[in-house]
Write a protein that binds this ligand. Structure first.
Ligand SMILES: [Zn+2]
Length: 452
């Protein structure tokens, strides 16, 4: 008995020592040697930098830093490093098609289930990360919170993907973006889950609280999808209610009057640039209101020359007036012409997203300003700037590297060679290496925390 107790104590000591060792083990250190490191804030690049990463976060950055013994060294001395990119307005969980729905997205809602659309979103997230997008604002048309579920799954460690900023369903006055028939609206309830109807102050408050409860990190309002859209007071109410849950408000805008109401209410961000006038741009610059213009290029698979000219002129004017611009796509469609013209291979969701650079180039916006829109402004608009974006100590290590110099040739972003997300390598030497991102359980859920 005594002997057994002794053995037990010994075992206990060994186990406790083991636990103590595990707990006191510092997070692994990774050292990246960067040939060039871009600071998008200043539009400059420093050479021969070392970035030390401890666990998920950046620990130190500087020229010729001492690399601790045992650190994993990643040599990117031939590449240019920069923060991960941001798509400030996209829709990963809807893809309307020419067949069978004839590009009519009401039909996609009917024909494709939330689970199917959630899986599409997961695939789109991986494709976007592969092209260097580490933060994505996913703003509406996400079925029954597929966007929030994807954020949660990526955060928990089930699969790789960007940091998703989900809005949940768009909130709008009766009808949302649809003109549904009475049968659709009343009997089949087709309006939900794609839009939440909110027609009064009480309903606006309820809809916002509901979205935040189910995981929204931003709120998207249909300002003027209907002639009975939201007033300045309605929008102000939405802004103050959203703030209680730590969310900022984006307004989907499609008329000049709606744009003015959103600006007057002091909205965080205006979605879509086509209805904006030079005067709106002037006011937005003055108030620091972000624009996600969703600036569609004219491509063999999308757009028209006429629309492209208008988009380019509008983006150019917004840039001249110094509106805080973000890079945004509104990608929510697919067709069989989305192939590389030279190789005939399918374009990925990441390729299709980066292709929006064509509009920015056509507008004559300098690469440094495009980079700022794709990084710093995107991080600010997504409201993650306090923890993600700058390559500085204390921030999450979300980094990408490209061959060439995007400060002189923005097309260098088409060729992302290296992607790191939360300190983990997702892609190197141009090839995805996602093994470490996949787990059979929620490995990154803080214990006992069940909140979203
Ligand atoms: Zn959109």
């Amino acid at each position: 008995m005594k002997k057994r107790t002794g053995m037990f104590c010994l075992l206990l000591l060994v186990v406790l020592a083991g636990v103590a060792t595990v707990q006191s083990q510092p997070a692994p250190i990774t050292a990246i040697k960067a040939g060039r490191l871009i600071d998008p804030e200043t539009g400059t690049a420093a050479t021969n930098q070392v970035i030390l990463i401890e666990g998920e976060k950046i620990k130190a950055v500087g020229p010729n830093l001492a690399i601790p013994a045992g650190a994993v060294v990643i040599d990117l001395s031939k590449l240019t490093l920069l923060p991960g990119l941001v798509d400030a307005h996209t829709h990963m969980a809807i893809t309307y098609k020419e067949q069978p729905e004839n590009n009519y997205y009401y039909l996609t809602y009917i024909m494709e289930s939330t689970p199917l659309r959630a899986i599409q979103a997961a695939s789109n997230g991986i494709q976007l990360l592969n092209s260097g997008f580490t933060v994505v604002r996913d703003v509406g048309n996400n079925a029954l919170y597929a966007d929030a579920a994807l954020r949660q799954a990526i955060e928990q460690g089930w699969l790789p993907g960007p940091t998703v900023i989900p809005s949940g369903p768009m909130i709008g006055s009766t009808g949302g973006q649809f003109w549904p028939t009475p049968e659709m609206y009343k009997y089949h309830n087709i309006m939900f889950p794609e839009y939440i109807d909110a027609n009064s102050p009480d309903e606006i408050v309820r809809a916002i609280r509901e979205n935040m409860l189910f995981g929204a990190k931003t709120i998207k309002l249909c300002i003027d999808c209907k002639p009975w859209g939201y007033s300045v007071e309605d929008i102000k109410l939405a802004i103050s209610e959203a703030a209680k849950g730590g969310c900022k408000v984006e307004g989907h805008v499609q008329t000049a009057e709606g744009a003015q109401r959103a600006i007057d209410a002091g909205i965080h961000m205006v979605g879509h640039g086509n209805a904006l006038t030079p005067e709106h741009h002037r006011q937005m610059a003055l108030k620091g209101i972000f624009l996600n213009g969703t600036d569609t290029p004219f491509m063999p698979y999308r757009g028209s020359e006429q629309a492209f000219k208008r988009t380019v002129a509008s983006l150019r004017d917004a840039w001249e007036k110094k509106v805080p611009l973000t890079f945004s796509t509104d990608l929510d469609y697919w067709n069989e012409r989305m192939k590389n013209e030279k190789t005939g291979e399918w374009l990925t969701r990441g390729d299709l997203t980066i292709a929006f650079l064509e509009t920015w180039k056509e507008a004559g916006i300098p690469p440094a300003d495009i980079l700022r829109a794709m990084t710093i402004n995107g991080y600010k608009a997504a409201d993650v700037i306090k923890e993600r974006g700058p390559i500085k100590p204390g921030f999450y290590a979300d980094l990408i590297a490209v061959a060439g110099d995007p400060l002189t040739d923005i097309d260098a972003l088409h060729n992302v060679q290296f992607v790191m997300k939360n300190g983990m390598v997702f892609k190197k030497e141009g090839v995805m290496t996602p093994e470490k991102f996949f787990h059979p359980g929620p490995v990154r859920t803080p214990s006992g925390r069940w909140t979203r």
